[in-house]
Design a protein around this ligand. Structure first.
Ligand code: FMN
Length: 240
């Protein structure tokens, strides 16, 4: 089993400790690739829209985006972590996700994403951990991932891991071990079931792409949909 982890912070703090606990029960059976932000995707999207309109390979940050994308596409399980910064995921996480705007369903989603499983782990000192998780979940679901588990934590104590009461840390670990154990039992040769919501999004975009193709058959996104056979009978969640 292959796991790709995107860490929304480079800090070896609470978020890091939670992620390590989650991976503890998976390490012996998984090949794990990790990225730390902002180090592994250090620049902001400048909004040139070249990826949307022309070719993602021409992005000025392609060297970073490509490595992350390859690891995401090869993984069976995607893990995203972030502390809550002002009620949202870290700016570094948002900056990385912006680089994958072209992979949103209305543009050029990767076929592989439709069968993947993902876990989002966020924590906050007091509040905002759910909206931080949503920032990440929004991208994952619009990339086509249906099976997304969200695990959120409220520290309600110190932000130094070692000063968090032992009982609370044990409770956090219990929740993470439980989810890791569930994920360990899955047969990853079988793709995750594509949800009705994902299919509804797909069909809505398909209609939009069909109309766009009528007015401009050379439109980048339309050509991608057409070449994948999605305007016709092929579906990204089916073996074609
Ligand atoms: C810039 C910044 C903004 C934060 N905003 C929030 C917030 O909105 N709500 C909250 O409960 N905690 C907030 N925190 C606390 C973090 O969510 C987190 O609990 C703390 O940074 C410890 O996690 P870490 O060791 O993984 O960095 C913030 C921390 C920072 C540095």
């Amino acid at each position: 089993m292959k796991i790709t982890v995107i860490n929304g912070t480079e800090k070896k703090g609470v978020t890091y400790r939670l992620k390590e606990l989650f991976l503890e029960h998976l390490r012996d059976s998984a090949e794990i690739t990790e990225f730390y932000l902002p180090k592994d995707c250090p620049s902001f999207c400048v909004g040139c829209t070249t990826c949307f309109l022309t070719d993602e390979h021409k992005c000025r940050d392609r060297e970073y985006v490509e490595k992350i994308e390859k690891a995401l596409l090869e993984a069976d399980l995607l893990v995203f972590t972030s502390p809550t910064y002002v009620f949202h995921a870290t700016g570094a996480m948002k900056a990385m996700l912006d680089h994958f705007g072209y992979r949103w369903m209305p543009h050029r989603p990767a076929k592989e994403m439709f069968g993947k499983r993902a876990v989002v782990i966020t924590q906050a000192l007091g509040s905002g951990e759910k909206s931080a998780a949503k920032d990440i979940k929004d991208s994952l679901s619009w990339w086509g991932v249906s099976d997304i588990r969200v695990i959120t934590f409220k520290l309600m104590s110190d932000i130094d891991w070692n000063k968090i009461p032992e009982k609370k840390r044990a409770a956090f670990a219990g929740r993470l071990y439980k989810e890791a154990d569930r994920l360990k039992k899955i047969d990853y040769t079988k793709p995750a079931r594509t949800s009705l919501i994902t299919k509804a999004k797909f069909y809505a975009v398909r209609m939009m792409q069909s109309n766009l193709g009528k007015s401009d058959p050379e439109y980048t996104d339309y050509k991608y949909w057409k070449n994948n056979g999605w305007i016709d009978k092929a579906r990204p969640w089916k073996k074609n």
